[in-house]
Design a protein. Structure first.
Length: 326
């Protein structure tokens, strides 16, 4: 049910950013592009296994199908970001690049030691050595600098951030179906005394069905849930079974029914004025992240790209398919 949004800034270079290009690589007329190094199948070995040579082409054909699309995406975004920075006469500072490391740590965990551990694990999982990690930070710093002046924050956004962090939450159970009649019948059964939990297990198409439709507490200000769901929450209350149960809710695909389990009241929330600066910074970071993703996607889609290697072309096409059919 939740519309997942990646939180880690390093995901800006992940496959979901790739546009629907299926013929990809650099513009041959871009003088700033790095020279192409062909794979020399007859060149010197790169390793020996039991006395037998392993050449570059063997390594290349193993790595490219799994990782070639990601690598090409990084190259394309790197070059496009550098080009735009040059066009706008922007020079990144060491402080801006260092700040990206801190943004990443903050996004992983509020505890510094835990955040550092998680970052080490993620770097290991993604094969980010010092050079690639530094490239990633520089790439993100460049994207952030390019979108920075576009970000405008108003009072409504800050108020929503306050409600999301400190406001009232609703814990509900959920049933989703593709058929309105099926949902209506389920609603009548609940009104008649049937267990919402059992009906959710039996009928719901949502992933929460296995736990009786139970969701984590939701804030009406949380944009990661459909607006129709969030709008229905304040109308629910615990006074009797009928008011704990929502009406049928139309979603983009299918229909939903909510059952209120409890209202989670905030404990001693701070005054808005005392946390306004912190909230404004949080809103800015989130808006920057979203705009950076959009810009990275646009850069990929606008690139003049031709893939010559068959294996790399397959990897690139698979990335496009992933974007079209997530």
């Amino acid at each position: 049910m939740r519309d997942a949004l990646p939180k880690m800034l390093f995901l800006i270079v992940a496959p979901f950013l790739i546009g629907c290009q299926s013929n990809a690589t650099q513009n041959p007329q871009d003088d700033s592009a790095d020279p192409v190094t062909p794979i020399d199948e007859a060149g010197p070995p790169v390793a020996y296994v039991d006395g037998k040579a392993v050449n570059r082409s063997e390594i290349y054909r193993l790595i490219v199908p799994a990782h070639g699309g990601d690598a090409l995406a990084e190259i394309l975004i790197d070059r496009a970001v550098k080009s735009r920075l040059r066009q706008q006469a922007i020079q990144l500072t060491a402080g801006e690049i260092d700040a990206e490391r801190n943004f990443l740590l903050d996004s992983l965990d509020p505890d510094p030691d835990q955040a550092a551990r998680l970052m080490r694990e993620m770097r290991l999982q993604r094969g980010l050595d010092e050079e690639r990690f530094a490239d990633m930070l520089r790439r993100n710093a460049g994207l952030r600098r390019l979108v920075r002046d576009e970000i405008k924050i108003n009072d409504l956004a800050i108020q929503q951030a306050y409600q999301l962090r400190y406001g009232q939450r609703y814990q509900v159970r959920l049933i989703t179906t593709e058929d309105l009649d099926a949902l209506t019948r389920a609603r009548r059964k609940v009104i008649g005394g049937a267990s919402f939990t059992e009906l959710a297990i039996e009928l719901s198409t949502d992933i929460s069905a296995s736990q009786g439709g139970l969701l984590s507490p939701i804030s009406p200000a949380d944009p990661t849930y459909p607006k129709a769901i969030r709008d229905a929450l304040p109308g629910l209350n615990m006074s009797n079974p009928k008011t704990r149960l929502s009406r049928a809710i139309a979603l983009t695909q299918g229909y939903a029914l909510l059952w209120l389990e409890k209202v989670v009241q905030p404990e001693d929330p701070p005054e808005m004025a005392s946390v306004r600066g912190e909230l404004e910074l949080s809103v800015r970071r989130e808006l920057e992240r979203l705009r950076m993703r959009q810009l990275a996607r646009t850069l990929i889609e606008q690139a003049d790209v031709v893939v010559l290697d068959p294996e790399l072309n397959k990897a690139w096409q698979r990335q496009g398919d992933t974007v079209r059919n997530p």
